[in-house]
Design a protein around this ligand. Sequence first.
Ligand code: XBP
Ligand code: MG
Length: 263
Amino acid sequence: MSKLQALIFDVDGTLADTERDGHRIAFNQTFAEVGLGWSWSIELYRELLAIAGGKERIKAYIHQYCPEFEPPADLQGWIANLHQAKTNHYRQLVLKGEISLRTGVRRLIEEARQQQIRLAIATTSTLDNVTALLETNLAPDSPSWFEVIAAGDVIPNKKPAPDIYKYVLQTMHLQPEECLAIEDSHQGLKSATQAGIKTVITLNAYTQTDDFSGAALVLDHLGEPGLPFRVLGGSAGTATYFNVALAKSLLGDYSPFQGYEAQ
Ligand code: XBP
Ligand code: MG
């Protein structure tokens, strides 16, 4: 029996390029709505993405960039309300179809389902954001395709801490060696690998200069039969797009495709 039992997907930057034209826009819409005069440029947001979690990101921004800001007595409560408004704006963007899945994501998920590979999600983002993205872009019932959608504050320590991936393993009663994680960032790679899970990276414009040491494979995207991926780290043998057979080979399973070097 193959060691591969489950694929665990990150969301932001992995299932879809959600940050620059999604979350960042939703934050700015919210700041404008409440008259804060804050606006996160594409470049500033790149820096702020080093902080996982929207609430944590707002708090870090205040401390690093707003010395004149007079925090309300209940800063945590104030940030939570602001973040809920941001989540509402983000969901609207997603529900309008303004965020689409990345190359190969739908194909890989559907292939995994056909081959009874279990599916899970491990994300820092808010659960409502994830369900909106799945229902709008995959299928109305697609959240139920994932045995676990581990999101946001379900764990105390967000990525790069391993908590979110350990939560998925515990909930699914799986060992790390039975799973493969698909991520987009150094933070996500650290989180998954610290939980003992081999990790494939599909980088993006915000994460292309991240340190991906320790990744099983680094790709520009998952590819499609007619749209080969570029291998930027590790070895995919003769594969030109990421599928279940390649996932199995990365776990050292036998692969029907010649040329793979078991990792
Ligand atoms: C990326 C994150 C999230 C999003 C914003 O999550 O760090 O915080 O940037 O979403 P992922 P929230 O683990 O999927 O890459 O505002 O809901 O946190
Ligand atoms: Mg991500």
